[in-house]
Design a protein around this ligand. Structure first.
Ligand code: HGY
Ligand code: MN
Ligand code: MN
Ligand code: MN
Length: 428
């Protein structure tokens, strides 16, 4: 049948922005910090409560639930055919320290709400549709972002997973197994997580923009065309330290000052790239022993460098690496560099972009194509399936902070656009 006819008859009035907001705010109560801050790291007690709540919502939506060894949680709406790959939609519920209630969670709760509404509207998809909660998108606990979607897409090796320990020295294998997932080794865990080729026909992620463009232009939806290329590195400096009173300036090799210089060098290298899409951040800077009258002898920095142009991003990374060498030599400090990740950008699939754009038009929602400057699990899903993202505005573009906010009206528009996009991709 012609899609337009069927979409027009799809009654999605059961999708209610206020109801989704209520679920998001209930989810936000599972936090290690008092509201409105949300802190929720993978496999911690609050994450386990969040997982339980997500599975309860999936069950109430009539979805068939399955979980893989890394803790990715799938809720499936069966299609009329078994052979084709599923249309999948999802995001993450883990949150960096002192974050907000909408980053990631909108794409999980919204996915379940969209599938529930499609079921209630009597929509019977040809392809199965799945709501997916990725086990962890933030890099906080194991020092690597998108660990679940990397595992699903094959972008994660056993060696990489082996050296990802948390601050207590706990391995992913130990933490996931203690949480009821996992397995006897990282090999078996990755084997059980890897998505079989062809099993995903398309992937769509609903997310807040985490930037100010949509709100500034008064637009309701963003249809993502590309996702910027993220890179991250860890740098350690060490000097001999000493007494702040007795150690004279010419005799010092102050690791703290080397770190301070490097943080400024990151900013300079990024600005020297000469492009507004180039960003560089020293988000973590720790010195030791961190006492007023002791010359710092240790420093650790975690640096995040992104750009929509991968080659230009790589030039910025190499300029930062050159600065590490130059600062270390000049200040006579020892140094060590760990590249955490240096991923390619993602180009979204025209098929998904078209489906999402048509869905927005059907809703009469204002929209524009835009690039995602944040990374998402979509970055890795795009390596194994046609992938796209739908953005809604967030207040002042704020994200990764407790006052992150999206309105019930924008959330409702986003979930409806997602439902229509899924129906189009999964329909006959
Ligand atoms: O850092 C990011 O872009 C994502 O929010 N983890
Ligand atoms: Mn985030
Ligand atoms: Mn996110
Ligand atoms: Mn070196």
């Amino acid at each position: 049948c012609t899609w337009g006819l069927r979409a027009a008859t799809l009654d999605l009035t059961s999708i209610s922005g206020p109801a989704v907001v209520e679920q998001l705010l209930h989810l936000a109560t599972f936090s290690d910090d008092p509201l409105p801050a949300v802190t929720r790291l993978i496999f911690t007690p609050n994450d386990m409560k969040a997982r339980k709540y997500v599975k309860q919502l999936m069950k109430e939506a009539g979805l068939t639930i399955r979980e893989d060894p890394m803790g990715n949680i799938y809720g499936r709406m069966h299609g009329s055919t078994k052979t084709t790959g599923a249309v999948v939609t999802g995001s993450h519920v883990d949150a960096i320290p002192l974050a907000g209630a909408y980053d990631g969670t909108l794409g999980v709760i919204g996915a379940i709400a969209a599938l529930k509404a499609l079921g209630e509207a009597g929509f019977r998809p040809e392809k199965p549709i799945e709501a997916l909660m990725f086990t962890s998108e933030e890099p906080t606990r194991f020092g690597l972002g998108c660990i679940g979607s990397r595992g699903m897409s094959g972008a994660l090796t056993v060696e990489t997973l082996n050296d990802k320990l948390d601050v207590n020295g706990t391995s992913f294998q130990a933490a996931s197994t203690a949480a009821g997932y996992g397995g006897k080794s990282h090999e078996t865990i990755l084997e059980g997580t890897r998505v079989k080729p062809g099993s995903i026909a398309a992937f769509v992620e609903l997310h807040i923009e985490q930037g100010p463009r949509l709100e500034r232009e008064g637009l309701q939806l963003g249809i993502v065309s590309a996702i910027a290329a993220p890179a991250a590195l860890r740098v350690f400096f060490s000097g001999d330290g000493g007494h702040a009173g007795a150690l004279l300036m010419p005799d010092r090799n102050d690791a703290g000052l080397a770190a301070a210089e490097l943080a400024l060098a990151v900013e300079k290298a990024t600005l020297d790239a000469g492009a507004i899409d180039a960003v560089g951040t020293t988000g973590f800077l720790q010195i030791g022993p961190n006492s007023m009258n002791s010359v710092p002898r240790e420093a650790k920095l975690e640096i995040d460098i992104r750009d929509i142009d991968a080659a230009r991003r790589d030039r910025t990374v190499s300029s930062v690496l050159k600065s590490v060498e130059e600062i270390a030599a000049r200040r006579d400090v020892r140094h060590r560099v760990e590249m955490i990740n240096q991923d390619p950008p993602a180009t979204c699939s025209q098929e998904v972009i078209t489906a999402a754009t048509e869905a927005a038009k059907e809703l009469g929602a204002s929209q524009k194509a835009l690039v995602s400057r944040a990374y998402h699990d979509s970055l890795f899903m795009s390596q194994i399936a046609p992938t796209g993202m739908i953005f809604i505005p967030c207040r002042n573009g704020w994200s990764h902070r407790p006052d992150e906010f999206a309105s019930a009206a924008d959330i409702e528009t986003g979930v409806k656009a997602l439902a229509l996009t899924l129906a189009r991709l999964a329909g006959t």
